[in-house]
Each structure stands twice: as structure tokens, then as C-alpha cells.
Ligand binder design. Sequence first.
Ligand SMILES: [Zn+2]
Length: 172
Amino acid sequence: MAQQRAALGYCPVCGRALAADGPGGRPECHACRYVRYADPKVAAGVVAERDGRILLVRRNHEPMLGRWSFPSGFVDAGEVVSEAAAREAREEAGVEVRVEALLGVFSRAGDPVVFIAYAASVVAGEPAPGDEAIEVGLFAPDALPELAFPHDRAIVEAWHAWRAARTRPGGP
Ligand SMILES: [Zn+2]
């Protein structure tokens, strides 16, 4: 039992082992009644277009090492989310982007990551892999490689819908 309790970690207030029987099954300290809530992690990324093609990066780290995805990463506390998305494009693909529109907020039951996707345009720089990418590529929107994450297909669909609305006469 002691080992099991230690596996939940320790109370940041008083240092005692947390128990698994807090409200909603959350870890709780029986001494001071601290309850540990599992906060989501916020990640952001861009579907960035240049000359009608979409910028993707091939990941050089887990999860999904070696797979293609959009430039994306975790948002720092205090960072403007759209600026975090643009920063990831700079860090992973070496380009400056202009964020154009919010494509959507993507979450799944049991997944701690909330992903916020933007449509963007590459406005400067030549795509080149940064520290977190094996390679970068520009792909025709209808001929993308297999993508890394469960949300990626829905993000692509949201981008197509946004793009179609934007190019339609009278669209935004
Ligand atoms: Zn405590």
C-alpha cells in the first residue's frame, strides 16, 4: 500500500504521500486535503501554405518519430497561442508564417493534449529542418503523406473547408 501511494507522488504542500481516493478519483493528501487536478497540456500548430502547397515536417523525436506532421508544439505558459504556433514553424521549419485563421480546437477523451490548429501562410524564409525535424517538405494538399497524429486528418479537412470558403466569391 505504501508503495502504491508513493507511486501517485507526494503532496506539494505538506510532503505526505498522496492517496487515490480524492474527489473524482483524483490523488488527494489525507493530511492537508490538497487535491491534485490533472491539467491539460495545450499544443498549437499551423497548416502553413506556400504557393498552394502545405508545409510539413518529419519528426526526429517521439512520439511518432519519423512521421510527417504540421509544425507544432506545446504552448508556454503566458505565451499567445497563435504566436506559439508561429514560433513552432520558425523552430521546426525555418520559416516565418502569418497566422490567418483558427481552424479548430481538437481534443479526445483520455488524451491530455488539447491541440489548437491555425491556417497560416509562409511569408519569409526557405523551409529547412530545425532541431526537431529530420526534413521538411511542401506537399500538394490532396497528396499529403500519412500524418502522425489522430487529429491530423480532421485538421486537414478543416483547412480544406476554410480554404474553399475563402476562395469562394463572397467568402471571408
Ligand atoms: Zn498535504
